[in-house]
Write a protein that binds this ligand. Structure first.
Ligand code: NOJ
Length: 558
């Protein structure tokens, strides 16, 4: 299958293309490395482990690090409930530690992307503490306050409309002191801010400028497409009464994706663009890929969730890739298989295969990494995936993810937030204290130190892949075309740039079998395989072993 690439070219002629050619690595700061023995990861711990990421002889060589929120927070939603945007939570360190981190990353040729949570604050943020007191005063309109729609027969006030919270229940909470409801798309302790208030806007922009002055290289925008709601806040149409999550019972016509959001984003982007070399990535909140594409601009990437939703079959990945290529056209997508909100991809794939042995886990981790790092788009790796980290199981009574506990359907994100396994030392070298979440399964062997010493490890495969990608214009920025190699369980696609062509083939099943290579001007050679291969030479056919992923090339590496 060849994708039609006739759409007009978007102007991407910008001097600094790291956001497009590079690889981003997401750190969940509580779980990366603890320097002070309190069981929780911190900035000093991250700085101590930067060699793993960039600038050292054996580093992964990532171009940027995205830090999930590091701001002061009551931690009801893993830090996505911010009570002060301008500094660092003491559990992670100080602003001085943050400045050291930025400086150390820059010295290593890497960058820092901060998570900006601007749809809502924590209810403990001083803006809300004052706003809830009275309908007058400087912070009165910083949040979305409304009078009740009426009073029910037995007394309680009725919410202004039918909107629901993502975490379940009405999106409106009654504030008796002010005598009004406020809107919360997430927890009641996460009130939505009012972006139609000029004062709120200016307060947010001055916070953004402040972080740019600290030298950050960009931002990840949390649920940015929910920033603006329809001005009159009409009720949403009810469309699917049987949907398991209340959120999906409505069409979200009025509580996100409003037309004037483009204007708001333009204001934000002008501030960010004022500093050369910066870039952002927007987290699309429960909208379709077409919406993601519509918000895209050069230097301003948007996540879509089509690949993350693919299951472990070649057919599912083929469909996802075709959907993405058709939707994104000549715009530049992102590629992510995991993040802090979903079970890790290797755990998901192993569950669907019904197999959990180490060998299959390693093979699937390598095959998935090969896809992730050779598709068209900027890859976003999630900490730990480079060692094939798996989910932990946390029983409900021990859950730390307090937001997920409120979901009508149990959805524990602790599973994908386990401490990073650095070595076979006590607590996998993550902390000298009691880790805030249990260590991942198999951490005594599945850790950075052990895998660094083994040529056949998942980590070694990631390092080789990242190296190959760095040296290959076709893999970094080439066109993509799906191809048929005569086996439904094998995913195959070509990447092309100039006279360089790469062919990626990945077997999704347990069989060993031959595939037919597409005709090429010069003989294909193996540039990299997830399995040992005696020779790089191949003919017109190639035998792929169970879960084997191979990158072939011509002109690349001679
Ligand atoms: C998106 C974040 O990724 C998620 O972790 C959080 O719960 C919601 N935004 C609400 O802040």
């Amino acid at each position: 299958m060849t994708i039609d690439r006739s759409a007009a070219r978007t102007d991407l002629d910008v001097a600094d293309r790291w956001w497009r050619d590079g690889v981003v690595y997401q750190v969940y700061p509580r779980s990366f490395a603890d320097s002070n023995g309190d069981g929780v990861g911190d900035l000093a711990g991250l700085i101590e482990h930067l060699d793993h990421l960039a600038g050292g002889p054996d580093s992964l060589g990532v171009d940027a690090i995205w830090l999930s929120p590091i701001y002061p927070s009551p931690m009801l939603d893993g830090g996505y409930d911010v009570s002060d945007y301008t500094t660092v939570d003491s559990v992670f360190g100080t602003l001085a530690d943050f400045d050291r981190l930025v400086e150390a990353c820059h010295r290593r040729g890497s960058r820092v992307i901060l998570d900006l949570v601007m749809n809502h604050t924590s209810s403990q943020h001083p803006w809300f503490v004052q706003s809830r007191q009275s309908a007058s005063g400087p912070f009165a309109d910083f949040y979305l306050w409304r009078d009740p729609a009426g009073w029910s027969a037995d007394g309680p006030p009725e919410p202004p409309n039918n909107w629901v919270s993502w975490f379940g229940g009405s999106a409106w909470e009654w504030e008796p002191v002010r005598g009004q409801f406020y809107l919360h798309t997430f927890l009641p302790e996460q009130p939505d801010v009012n972006w139609r208030s000029p004062a709120l806007r200016q307060a947010m922009w001055s916070m953004v400028r402040g972080w740019l002055e600290h030298g950050v290289d960009g931002f990840r925008l949390d649920v940015f497409n929910a920033f603006l709601k329809a001005a009159e806040l009409p009720s949403n149409p009810e469309i699917a009464p049987a949907a398991a999550l209340p959120w999906y019972r409505q069409e979200h016509r009025y509580d996100k994706d409003q037309p004037d959001l483009h204007e708001l984003l333009a204001e934000f982007r002008a501030i960010v663009d004022g500093r050369p070399g910066t870039a952002t990535v927007g987290e699309l909140f429960t909208s379709a890929i077409e919406a993601a594409v519509g918000y895209w601009a050069p230097r301003h990437l948007i996540f879509d969730w089509v690949l993350l939703d693919a299951t472990w079959t070649a057919a599912s990945f083929r469909t996802a890739i075709a959907t993405r290529e058709a939707a994104w056209g000549d715009r530049w997508p992102t590629v992510a298989l995991s993040n802090h909100d979903h079970p890790r991809h290797v755990s998901r794939y192993l569950d669907s295969l019904g197999e959990h042995d180490e060998g299959t886990a390693d093979a699937v981790a390598k095959a998935a990494a090969t896809i992730e790092l050779t598709l068209r788009g900027t890859p976003f790796l999630y900490y730990g995936e480079e060692i094939g980290a798996l989910d932990i199981t946390v029983p409900r009574e021990l859950a730390r993810d307090r937001a997920a506990l409120r979901m009508p359907e149990w959805w524990n994100r602790d599973g994908c937030r386990a401490p990073m396994a650095w070595s076979a030392a006590v607590n996998a070298g993550f902390t000298s204290g009691e880790p805030w979440l249990p260590l991942p399964p198999g951490a005594r062997t599945r850790n950075v130190e052990r895998e660094a010493a083994s040529e056949g490890s998942v980590l070694a495969h990631y390092r080789r892949l990242l190296g190959l990608r760095r040296g290959s214009p076709a893999l970094r920025s080439g066109d993509l075309a799906l191809v048929d190699v005569g086996d439904p369980d094998v995913l195959a696609y070509l990447r092309r740039a100039g006279d360089e062509t790469a062919l990626v083939v990945v077997r999704f099943d347990h069989r060993t079998g031959e595939i037919e290579l597409p005709p090429a001007a010069a003989p294909w050679r193996v540039a990299l395989s997830s399995h040992d291969r005696a020779s790089p030479s191949v003919g017109s056919r190639l035998t792929l072993r169970p879960f084997e992923a191979v990158v072939l090339a011509h002109t690349m590496h001679g």
